[in-house]
Write a new protein. Structure first.
Length: 200
């Protein structure tokens, strides 16, 4: 300590700086949701990219299984045969898993359906909602791939009003490079995380 202008001043050293940098940011509580051992935000809209069927299950199945064990609303957006692959992976836990598909072919219609569904979960007392969207299945629910990507961009904004963590799963064997780059841009929540953890 030294005295400056009548007041005591504390001099910081290297160990003080290191301790400061290792602290969690002020006001940020530990997330109740993890993906692959990594704490992820609630709300959070994340994308995973996989190159094999097994890789597609590595993060999404434990993510949903944890939510099912905790009694949290868990929703899977998928069509056959993906939906059945998930149900087999849960070994009986899937009784409370909701599998959905969209009726509409536009971004606006899909967002309106999510607004209603998420509002219902919150009204029922949900504090964490988990979603997994298999994007190769979701693509068939829209009139075009471009419309699906507009939906992803709109979902990023809408989801911030709800306590939801979403994994949008991209099978890279099914999409071209431009689509995958646009998908990555539609999930900015990943930029503060270790993006490599979401590549399977």
């Amino acid at each position: 300590m030294s005295r400056v202008g009548g007041r005591r001043e504390r001099r910081f050293n290297e160990s003080d700086l290191l301790a400061f940098m290792e602290r969690a940011p002020a006001g940020r509580a530990e997330s109740p949701v993890t993906v692959g051992g990594l704490a992820v935000p609630v709300p959070g809209h994340l994308a995973t990219f996989y190159t094999s069927d097994a890789g597609g299950m590595r993060l999404s199945v434990p993510f949903l299984a944890e939510g099912l064990r905790l009694g949290q609303p868990c929703v899977l957006v998928a069509t056959e045969p993906l939906a059945s692959r998930y149900l087999r992976a849960f070994n009986g836990l899937h009784r409370n898993l909701t599998v959905v598909a969209f009726n509409g072919g536009t971004s606006g219609e899909a967002i309106a359906e999510w607004e209603q569904k998420l509002s219902e979960y919150v009204a029922e007392g949900a504090t964490v909602i988990r979603l997994v969207g298999e994007m190769k299945a979701e693509r068939t629910m829209f009139k075009s791939e471009d419309e699906m990507l507009r939906y992803e961009e709109a979902f990023q904004l809408m989801s911030k009003r709800y306590p939801v963590t979403v994994l949008c799963q991209y099978d890279v064997r099914e999409f071209d490079g431009l689509t995958l780059v646009r998908a990555l841009k539609a999930h900015p929540d990943m930029f503060e995380l270790r993006i490599g953890a979401f590549l399977n």
